[in-house]
Design a protein around this ligand. Structure first.
Ligand code: PNS
Length: 164
């Protein structure tokens, strides 16, 4: 049987946006399985708990090739544990590049120590999501702006419960 190609799509997803969904759906077309790995960002405080972020992402998906779970520790260790061949990241604009480049090279270095099994793959979202971020969604929502086009309905409801 041919090898199943598994990719990890990691992030803090606080909360998931339509931009994240766009990327993970694209990734599911080129990998047999995509595992969304929800984790805490080292230096960002999260509005939603890790369990809430997993639930919100899961409830926004209908694609059997995509599963959602949380992980702790190094991303590369998680990818090895899941037998993934790739880590997916979305790249929206030039402003993302420096951080992503640094992270990609560090992950590559760590991956080489484990036998070099993981490649880091960047994907561009639909252009209507290039300026979208979870932080911006939270700020716009807090200030009374309409975020309906940018997040799944479950997220909008969850933001109302959390912030209003
Ligand atoms: O969506 P984010 O917050 O930009 O995602 C960042 C994330 C979670 C992918 C990154 O912080 C991460 O990989 N954390 C796991 C710990 C780790 O491996 N850190 C070293 C990365 S070079």
């Amino acid at each position: 049987m041919p090898l199943k190609r598994i990719a990890i799509y990691p992030g803090s997803f606080d909360p998931v946006t339509n931009g994240h969904l766009d990327i993970v759906e694209r990734a599911s077309k080129i990998f047999d399985q995509v595992i969304v790995g929800v984790t805490d960002h080292g230096s960002k405080h999260s509005l939603f708990s890790i369990e809430e972020r997993v639930q919100l992402f899961r409830a926004s998906l209908k694609n059997p090739r995509i599963t959602v779970e949380s992980f702790k520790g190094l991303l590369v260790d998680y990818a090895v544990k899941k037998k993934a061949c790739a880590i997916i990241r979305g790249l929206r604009a030039v402003s993302d590049f420096e951080y992503e480049f640094q992270m990609a090279l560090m992950n590559r270095h760590l991956s080489q120590q484990k036998g070099d099994i993981v490649e880091i793959v960047y994907m561009m979202p639909d252009e209507k999501y290039t300026y979208l971020s979870s932080s911006m969604i939270k700020e716009v929502f807090r200030l009374g702006g309409d975020i309906g086009r940018f997040v799944p309905t479950g997220v909008q409801k969850a933001l109302k419960l959390k912030l209003l």
